[in-house]
Design a binder for this molecule. Structure first.
Ligand SMILES: [Zn+2]
Ligand SMILES: [Zn+2]
Length: 288
């Protein structure tokens, strides 16, 4: 079981694997008095593998992460892996402070856009008139765009391996399995399950993972009204995690209509269904 910290502020670098959640919502950010405890920012997860910084998705949670990162004044070399390019996963990039400092290098990765287009074109489109006031070429940092095809294995740095697979989502999405130092983290969002079976692509990525972060937008009760919307349920997360012998299941990509008390109920029910299961919230840190 991963160790749990509830911190803000401290650097995560200590030579092992650590995860910090900066945005845990799906669809749209939802700040307000009813979401203060779990948080209102959209998908953004910081993963430290030794001294390497990997980020999964650049939703609105990327903005506070960026502010934290530039505090040190040190040059940064960052890899940001997108699950896909729906707005809730990319809207943070123009507000990511390292983009505006020339001493940093940022690698942006996506596996769902080949062969038709690519991640650079998608992000340029978001940052273009009349949708956004400044174009992407205003960034001062060195930005490298890396397109791959979901299913490929990536080795961005020595000792860090990412296996990838396509997920079941409108316009496609990519799931990731990250192996480093004998630890495994799976990042699986946004994906819809088939109610009568376990997704084989997902099963391959999560098998025996220490931590599995999973799209738990809905409950099983809510799901029938949202069929074909491209999302899953916490109960399906439990079924997958148990079948794949995952260490710890972390429920993620919460529906913006699920307020803190709703999420408390999900947390209690999920922990009862599969002990150790937790609900991601902003500021949550897991050390492996
Ligand atoms: Zn999403
Ligand atoms: Zn999506």
């Amino acid at each position: 079981m991963a160790r749990r910290d509830q911190v803000g502020g401290q650097p995560l670098v200590d030579g092992t694997v650590a995860i910090r959640f900066w945005g845990v919502r799906g669809s749209i950010s939802c700040p307000g008095p009813d979401t203060v405890r779990y948080g209102g920012n959209t998908s953004c997860v910081e993963l430290r593998c030794g001294d390497r910084l990997l980020i999964f998705d650049g939703g609105s949670g990327l903005r506070p992460l960026g502010r934290e990162l530039v505090k040190s004044g040190q040059p940064l070399d960052i890899d940001l892996f997108y699950s896909h390019t729906h707005l809730d996963h990319i809207i943070g990039l123009p507000f990511f402070a390292p983009c505006y400092e020339s001493r940093h290098r940022i690698h942006l990765w996506a596996g769902h856009l080949q062969p038709d287009t690519g991640i650079e074109a998608a992000l340029c489109r978001m940052m273009s008139a009349p949708l956004f006031p400044i174009p992407i070429d205003i960034f001062a940092a060195a930005i490298d765009f890396h397109d791959f095809s979901a299913g490929e294995t990536l080795n961005p740095h020595p000792g860090i391996e990412l296996r990838t697979a396509p997920l079941n989502h409108p316009n496609a999405a990519t799931g990731y399995r990250i192996d480093y130092g004998g630890k495994t983290v799976a990042y699986i969002t946004d994906t819809e399950h088939q109610p009568d079976r376990l997704d084989r692509n997902v099963m391959r990525l999560i098998r025996h993972a220490d931590v599995m972060i999973y799209d738990a937008t809905y409950t099983d009760d809510e799901y029938p009204a949202h069929r074909n919307w491209g999302h899953s349920t916490w109960q399906q997360g439990v079924r997958l995690a148990s079948a794949a012998k995952v260490g710890q299941l972390v429920l993620f990509h919460h529906d913006p209509s699920h307020d803190d008390s709703f999420m408390d109920r999900v947390a209690a029910e999920a922990a009862e269904a599969r002990p150790g299961t937790i609900v991601a919230r902003e500021g949550l840190v897991l050390r492996l």
